[in-house]
Ligand binder design. Structure first.
Ligand SMILES: Cc1ncc(COP(=O)(O)O)c(C=O)c1O
Length: 503
């Protein structure tokens, strides 16, 4: 429907399109925008409802409805028997300069300083596509089994899944009981349900720990290299982070004490150093405990994938050595699925209420339905069977990946490790791992580079290859493609005599 010729000179009204309907709402929007742009100044008289209705070709009631809406919002004033005016308290700009300033400011708001920092974190933590070698993609044979589906259906059909009021921010008691029983038995963690706070995964556990244990300006030790989700949290909290290079025994406590004796907390991955893979040796574990005891410092143990050890039993958790000084973080991301967004903090007795409070501030707790499903899965014995099953599958896939690497890319050294869902391969020193990862990602091979996980003082060049959710064939194919990327773009040549795996 063509727009009418306006008799009333308010440019914003020209945007009203009767074909779009809801004219009253469009009119209110147009007048609001005319006021904010300064086309209508504070105190200025508006046309009568009759005149504006005639000009727009709409009913008088439509105009009255728009005026009343704007009066309720405080944009317009009308005294009984007097005309309607733009509210005098609105200091809308009058001059052309002021108007254009308002328009420019509308178009280009300038984000606060912190926005760029958070945007960079979003980029750094963007997930990779679900193709090899993305880490933690529980699909196919490693996805949860039929018992999971049956329990999910049972929970969803029952009263417990019905929408209800707020619940305990620490999470569902039956799940906390199941986790405590599992951790005592499988991880040698000393805890009861009262120590457990359900989180949206270890990422949130790290954030909570940085909030509860640290104040801006406090010093903390972090491993080098380390999980970027941790280093970003510490930076965000304004922590003076001292990175400590790991060696074959893991985190080096003596070196940490030399470099930063005033640390208030140590953030470590004792069972399976992330990303290098070595466990923290017993002498280092004892040294770390001794430091915590002597200094009153806290140890934050990120136990993200320790269930997945292939060459023997998983290493026991550090927390079992002294549960009073360790905040233990666990997750269902690796053994079940990252999309569940469920994990847990095991807090020492004296810190459990504080973690519950911090968790309440961060969203009041996690959705209950999935918690009921996991609790049933654990209590009915399926969880541990599932772990045993996926451990066998992952072990086989890991071996297939290492075999393929040895055949296709024997010049790349594999970092020794016997657990987890990824392996690290070293690149020749002169190769830029970020450039290699970028080129591989373009060729459909999802890779993370090692150097962004390192401090500026640690010039490592390597690649992280996840193998969890992919078949042996997919892994071999991805290794072949990685080899092509390295040969074409980076002149990495296989040694003479090296054979290709049959296509
Ligand atoms: C070492 C480490 N810590 C924490 C996390 C975060 O895990 P979640 O998915 O439980 O937040 C990850 C995820 O990959 C990780 O590798």
């Amino acid at each position: 429907m063509p727009r009418r010729q306006l008799l009333i000179e308010i440019p914003a009204l020209g945007a009203i399109d009767r074909a779009r309907g809801r004219i009253g709402r469009q009119l209110a929007e147009a007048l609001r925008s005319a006021i904010s742009r300064g086309e209508l100044a504070a105190g200025e008289q508006l046309p009568s409802t009759r005149a504006l209705a005639e000009s727009l070709g709409v009913s008088r009631g439509t105009v009255t409805e728009a005026y009343e809406q704007l009066m309720a919002e405080g944009c317009l004033d009308a005294q009984p028997g007097a005309s309607t005016r733009v509210a005098a308290t609105l200091h809308a700009p009058n001059s052309a300069d002021q108007r254009s300033a308002v328009i420019d400011a509308d178009c280009a708001p300038s984000p606060p300083k912190s926005a760029a920092r958070y945007a960079a974190i979003a980029e750094r933590m963007a997930p990779l596509p679900s193709v090899p070698f993305s880490v933690a993609v529980p699909e196919g044979a490693v996805a949860m089994d039929d018992h999971w589906r049956r329990l999910s259906n049972r929970v969803r059909a029952s009263q417990v899944a019905a929408p209800s009021g707020y619940s305990d921010p620490r999470g569902l008691l039956t799940l906390r009981e199941a986790i405590a029983a599992y951790l005592r038995k499988a991880r040698a963690v000393r805890c009861g349900p009262e120590n457990i706070i359900i989180t949206e995964g270890t990422q949130q556990g790290l954030y909570l720990a940085a909030r509860v244990l640290m104040s801006p300006g406090d010093a903390a030790w972090a491993e080098d290299p380390a999980y970027p989700g941790l280093t970003s949290v510490l930076e965000e909290r304004g922590i003076a982070m001292q990175r400590i290079a790991v060696d074959s025994q893991g985190f080096d406590v003596a070196r940490a004490l030399e470099m930063c004796p005033a640390a208030k907390a140590a953030f470590v991955t004792p069972s399976h150093q992330y990303p290098m893979g070595m466990p923290l040796s017993m002498p280092r574990r004892l040294a770390l405990m001794e430091w915590a005891k002597q200094s009153g410092g806290w140890i934050v143990e990120d136990d993200y994938d320790s269930e997945l050890r292939y060459a023997g039993q998983p290493f026991p958790a550090l927390q079992g050595l002294d549960s009073r000084r360790v905040v233990y973080l666990g997750t269902f991301s690796k053994v079940l699925a990252p999309s569940l967004r469920l994990g847990y903090v095991v807090a020492p007795d004296c810190l459990a209420p504080a973690f519950a409070g911090a968790r309440a501030l961060m969203g009041r707790g996690s959705p209950l339905t999935e918690q009921h499903v996991i609790a049933a899965y654990m209590k009915e014995g399926y969880f541990e069977t599932h772990i045993r099953r996926i451990r066998a599958i992952y072990g086989e896939r890991r071996q297939a990946l290492m075999d393929a690497l040895q055949v296709e890319l024997p010049e790349l050294r594999i970092q020794p490790a016997d657990q987890g869902m990824h392996i690290i391969v070293w690149l020749p020193d002169e190769l830029n791992d970020v450039a290699v990862a970028k080129a591989a990602n373009k060729a459909g091979v999802a890779l993370r580079a090692l150097s962004p996980m390192c401090s500026d003082n640690l010039p490592l060049s390597g690649l992280m290859l996840g193998f969890g959710g992919f078949t042996n064939e997919q892994l071999r194919d991805a290794v072949r493609r990685l080899r092509q990327v390295l040969e074409k773009g980076f002149q990495v040549r296989p040694p003479p005599g090296c054979t290709l795996i049959a296509e």
